[in-house]
Write a protein that binds this ligand. Structure first.
Ligand SMILES: [Zn+2]
Length: 192
């Protein structure tokens, strides 16, 4: 399926375009090749920003996740070493009906769950970052960014930043679709 203009989707708003559109019916964007080229370049740099920040987050989250998983026991030992605070924790947990052993298990599973969530968030963000950099596998990258954001549920700021990045990523969809199509001929040959 080839079309007379370069885009199947509006490079400005992402709306699907009718055959041979001169304007986007959704946002009124003029679809000249100069205009579309500028908008595509803008999208590529936007994608690069999404990729860089997702990658930084991914590295940070993976390191945090692994260290949390690896040191769950050590954290509890450290907590126990502050005898007064630990006694207070055990006392209030006893009031809530937990024995000391149950309290330790509870803390340990909290650290393990947090570590696993951070690890999943990091790997997912890494997938999103790779898809952004190579501008391929749009759906896979989107799922990665969504999973990473969902894993941030405990942090409002993380959630907001995640949603902003998902939004930026989604608005760059035309770049992914463009790369999937046959390479454009220099000078803009128009296939019928
Ligand atoms: Zn549009």
């Amino acid at each position: 399926m080839s079309k007379a203009n370069d885009f199947n989707y509006c490079p400005n708003c992402g709306a699907e375009l009718p055959f041979d559109s001169k304007f986007c019916p959704d946002c009124g964007n003029v679809l000249t090749s100069d205009n579309t080229q500028a908008v595509t370049d803008q999208m590529r740099s936007r994608l690069k920003i999404v990729g860089i920040f997702s990658l930084i987050f991914a590295v940070f989250a993976i390191i945090s996740g692994i260290s949390l998983l690896a040191s769950a026991d050590a954290i509890i030992t450290a907590m126990q070493s502050d005898a007064d605070t630990w006694a207070q924790i055990i006392k209030s947990m006893a009031d809530a009906g937990y024995t000391e052993a149950q309290t330790i298990d509870l803390f340990k599973s909290m650290f393990v769950i947090s570590g696993a969530m951070a690890l999943i968030a990091g790997i997912s963000a890494g997938v999103g970052a790779v898809c952004s950099f190579i501008a391929k596998y749009w759906i896979l990258g989107l799922i990665g960014l969504i999973v990473a954001t969902v894993m941030m549920l405990t942090s409002i700021i993380g959630l907001i930043i995640g949603i902003i990045f998902i939004y930026l990523y989604v608005t760059c969809k035309p770049v992914f679709l463009e790369d999937k199509a046959a390479p454009k001929v220099e000078g803009g040959t128009e296939p019928q």
